[in-house]
Design a protein around this ligand. Structure first.
Ligand code: DX5
Ligand code: ZN
Length: 217
């Protein structure tokens, strides 16, 4: 099990994105989490591909791109070209294990790591076979679409189930959790078996960000 942190730029100061990225890199965070929204799969819109392109190479963290979009087949290659190291798409956007498998293959062929995410109401069982094909599984612990929501505890059971599957088969797949993460919920997720904690509103916009990052280890 790993002990990694992925600050979500959704809560960062968009006017000073590069500074925000360099700040969390200096604090030792290993991943930088980009939330991409199309206004269809989720009501809001967020970063354009240009924002990733401009900032992907200013740091050495993993560009962790979470695409909350209705058409991940079209969108994934655009973000890979922009510098994504890892693309995580939603199971619910395709609702078909064979199609998910095709997209995972396509992402890998383009030289990128592939992740799959499930929303809070989706049963973890849909990932039983797909977990063998991906580099990462992202468990959403809030409804995707915005930052600052409260952690949904049912995510913990999903993390435990995934941890069991992954360890039993010795798979090379990381478990990431996203939404409502703070020191308390983060500790519960680590205990359940999460490798990577995504945190947005808990980290950005606070003077004690250094202590907050440390509290997630
Ligand atoms: C929600 C996004 C999250 C979000 C998390 O749709 O996927 O990454 O930024 O925000 P917090 O940490 O504030 O819940
Ligand atoms: Zn996210």
């Amino acid at each position: 099990m790993k002990n990694l942190i992925a600050p979500s730029l959704l809560s960062a100061d968009k006017a000073h994105l590069k500074d925000e990225i360099l700040k969390v890199e200096a604090l030792g965070c290993e991943y930088i989490h980009w939330d991409i929204m199309d206004g269809i799969f989720v009501p809001n819109k967020s970063f354009e591909v240009s924002a990733v392109k401009e900032n992907a190479k200013v740091h050495k963290m993993v560009n962790d791109v979470h695409i909350m979009v209705a058409d991940p087949m079209r969108v994934a290659p655009e973000f890979i070209a922009a510098g994504a190291d890892l693309i995580t798409f939603h199971y619910e956007a395709l609702e078909c294990p064979v199609c998910c498998g095709k997209l995972i293959k396509k992402i890998h062929e383009l030289g990128c790591k592939a992740g799959i995410s499930i929303k809070p109401k989706t049963n973890v069982k849909v990932l039983k076979e797909l977990v063998k094909q991906v580099d990462l599984v992202l468990v959403m612990s809030v409804e995707p679409g915005k930052g600052g929501q409260a952690f949904i505890p049912s995510a913990l059971g999903k993390i435990k189930t995934l941890r069991k599957w992954i360890d039993k088969q010795n798979l090379n797949c990381l478990i990431e959790v996203d939404g409502g993460i703070n020191a308390e919920t983060g500790a519960k997720c680590r205990k359940a078996g999460a490798d990577i904690l995504v945190a947005g509103s808990y980290l950005f916009g606070h003077d004690d960000i250094k202590e907050r990052v440390e509290s997630l280890r």
